[in-house]
Design a protein around this ligand. Structure first.
Ligand code: AMP
Length: 103
């Protein structure tokens, strides 16, 4: 856990944020400023600043599996995913996350 990281604090339960879905290695919660009717964020529990620092192939697989499982759980068949990597690409929170956007 990175004590300065807002997503680490969410994952740690500091704000009582509800998790839409959770696995041993990942969590999913709703984006606070949704850009679509459904806007969720899939995060690794471990603090990894961005995709550039992700080396664990099992965790890569877990993140995509979580995308599949959470969308299936809520019955969302059509959706977009987005990973912003680096400030210039629009990354604001430096804890790796996959946006899921749907209607
Ligand atoms: P990115 O620009 O890819 O780093 O996306 C960061 C996302 O995190 C934005 O869509 C924000 O609305 C969202 N966000 C920031 N703070 C929170 C929070 N406390 N709870 C949920 N989502 C958040």
């Amino acid at each position: 856990m990175d004590n300065e990281c807002i997503f680490c604090k969410i994952i740690n339960g500091d704000f009582g944020t509800e998790f839409v879905y959770e696995t041993e290695t990942t969590v999913v919660f709703n984006d606070i400023n949704p850009k679509a009717p459904i806007h969720m964020l899939v995060c690794p529990k471990k603090h990894i600043p961005s995709l550039n620092e992700l080396e664990d192939k099992n965790l890569m697989a877990d993140l995509l599996q979580t995308v599949k499982d959470v969308t299936q759980k809520i019955g969302l068949k059509s959706y977009k995913t987005e990973i912003n990597t680096g400030k210039e690409a629009g990354q604001e929170v430096f804890h790796l996350h996959i946006h899921i956007l749907g209607k």
